[in-house]
Design a protein around this ligand. Structure first.
Ligand code: PRP
Ligand code: ADE
Length: 177
């Protein structure tokens, strides 16, 4: 099952205390990518999940930077296009923008408008859900395009930070800490 696979996947996640700041326990998904068995397992989990939700999603939105790697795999399994959500100034052409607050600063996210239109059913994907600030801002941004954000997917969820309280769409996570 996906749950059994996810338990094995968890053993491929390396944790680094005090990175990038004191007090942060950094969960590094790139260690999965550095093991062919881990990478196959990750891909198989996404493939199985894609069969569960097939037909309910028209597009995958993938969050910079590690979300790009997962969004591409997910889009291939769902046979739908994928679009990046990036920090401002990196995407050419017509974009939607959203300003959002960080702990002590502001930033802007952008997404290109080509594939996102009124009524598109979007799945948004990232590697990790912490406070949920990034996911929340991305959902607001995607809604600006007229798209309907139907599902969020993350590989890892830091449960104690209670991000689900501020997110109003279903969230699928495979590994919880
Ligand atoms: C990490 C992670 C998520 C976000 C989660 O990205 O990949 O995008 O933080 O945190 P939140 O739920 O508190 O918003 P990071 O800021 O390290 O950026 P990067 O992926 O571009 O390196
Ligand atoms: N992004 C926010 N918190 C994180 C953590 N603990 N590990 C990896 N990425 C993160």
């Amino acid at each position: 099952s996906i749950e059994d696979d996810a338990l094995v996947l968890k053993s491929y996640i390396k944790s680094y205390p005090d990175f990038p700041l004191p007090g942060i326990l950094f969960r590094d998904i790139f260690n999965v990518f550095q093991n062919t068995d881990g990478l196959q397992l990750l891909n198989n989990i996404l493939k199985k999940y894609a069969t569960e939700i097939a037909g309910t999603v028209d597009c995958v939105a993938m969050l910079e930077a590690r979300g790009f790697l997962l969004g591409t795999l997910m889009a291939l399994h769902l046979n739908v296009p994928c679009v990046p959500v990036r920090k401002k100034g990196k995407l050419p052409g017509k974009v939607a923008q959203l300003e959002y607050s960080l702990e002590y600063a502001k930033d802007v996210l952008e997404v290109q408008l080509d594939v996102l239109k009124e009524g598109k059913r979007v799945l948004v994907i990232d590697d990790l859900l912490a406070t949920g600030g990034t996911l929340d801002a991305s959902i607001q941004l995607l809604r600006k395009t007229g798209a309907e954000v139907v599902q969020a997917v993350v590989i890892m969820e830091l449960v104690d930070l209670e991000a689900r309280k501020k997110i109003d769409i279903p969230i699928k996570s495979f590994i919880q800490y």
